[in-house]
Design a protein around this ligand. Structure first.
Ligand code: SAM
Length: 335
């Protein structure tokens, strides 16, 4: 393993954050029932949002001074941010150039994928919880399954590969679809990842007992496919992966709740309003927007980011009796 840069984002447990998740907006064009209420949420006001230049400046600080080597754009829905292509282009021009990826619901990706690829985007994760149109419409409260499928195809055609699919399984909602979703992914050359549902919904309706666990997901898949442990080293990846029917195709499970991987976490997060979060489940944040707008230079911003990293907790603590769900929902943090 290479040594961290001396000025990197090191926490008190020696973990080094190199993977930056940047939320570009808290708004979304879907209303997934497990994420947002039908009426949406009180959105961040325009002046609270970082401008495109501010986003790029903070990413430059992370990449050029703090050792970040992977930048993932998310939200909300990042494809609805008007300046997205320009932001990707500016980040791809940084030295050293970070890997650049995007987590999206895929709507509009068929149109945007070529421009994003040209701008420097390396790959995408597209969220898809069902292949059934009616179920999709119920789950997301929008009749947009065809757009998501077109987005997946467009991403693959533009070379944003490997195209990964993120799926959240919910009991009695779509947990019967795991084998069919895997079949779909295998047939199209996409890599499927199942994500355990986490206590990050705006409605605070998460119920541990109702959650579909990693063990259950694997048992369901094993009824239809041979799964062998993937010999590739996992490193800091959140997904555990298995070879499907002898490989080379793989399937992953992100067991944040029942198989936590906090000890290997290398992530740091920047919200659309310029707050640093050292963990998805952090209950506090560090304001970089205020410092930036008050005239802080890059070294001062880097110093604040390092300080924000030092207080990262050893684990997310979902199983602790004292666990408190963060006030910000997933859509405003950036998944
Ligand atoms: N709009 C983009 C998308 O759909 O991928 C990016 C943001 S979305 C919040 C990122 C991912 O978080 C999606 O795959 C979504 O399914 C997942 N997600 C949302 N709420 C979740 C929860 N409570 N537990 C687990 N995953 C969740």
């Amino acid at each position: 393993m290479s040594l961290p840069p001396p000025t990197g984002l090191v926490d008190r447990y020696g973990r080094v954050a190199r993977d930056l998740r940047v939320s570009l907006t808290d708004k979304c064009n879907l209303r997934c029932t497990y994420c947002m209420p039908a009426e949406g949420l009180p959105w961040l006001a325009g002046p609270q949002l970082l401008t495109d230049d501010e986003v790029v400046r903070l990413i430059r600080v992370a990449v050029c001074r703090l050792g970040v080597d992977e930048v993932r754009f998310t939200g909300g829905e990042p494809l609805i941010r008007p300046g997205l292509v320009g932001i990707v282009e500016a980040v791809a021009a940084l030295e050293p150039r970070p890997r650049i990826s995007l987590t999206t619901n895929g709507i509009g990706l068929d149109r945007l994928a070529p421009a994003l690829r040209t701008a420097g985007l390396d790959r995408v994760n597209v969220s898809l919880d069902t292949l059934d149109r009616e179920r999709f419409t119920r789950l997301t409260r929008r009749d947009r399954l065809a757009d998501v499928l077109a987005g997946l195809a467009g991403a693959a055609a533009a070379g944003l590969t490997p195209v990964k699919i993120n799926t959240v399984l919910m009991r009695g909602v779509n947990d019967d679809e795991a084998p069919a979703l895997l079949r779909f992914a295998l047939d199209h050359g996409y890599e499927l990842r199942f994500i355990e549902q986490m206590p990050l919904d705006a409605q605070h309706g998460w119920d541990r007992a109702a959650m579909v666990t990693a063990d259950e997901i694997l048992a369901t898949l094993r009824a239809a496919y041979d799964l062998d442990a993937d010999p590739t080293e996992r490193g800091t990846a959140p997904a555990e992966t298995w070879l499907v029917d002898g490989g080379p195709a793989r399937v992953g499970v992100i067991g944040t709740v029942t198989r936590p991987f906090c000890g290997d976490c290398d992530r740091t997060r920047l919200t659309a309003d310029g707050q640093i979060r050292n963990c998805l489940f952090a209950t506090d944040e560090s304001d970089l927007r205020g410092a930036l707008r008050a005239g802080a230079d890059d070294e001062e911003l880097a110093r604040r980011w390092r300080a924000a990293t030092l207080t990262k907790r050893a684990g997310h603590g979902i199983d602790d009796p004292s666990f408190l769900q963060p006030t910000r929902p997933m859509s405003a943090i950036g998944g």
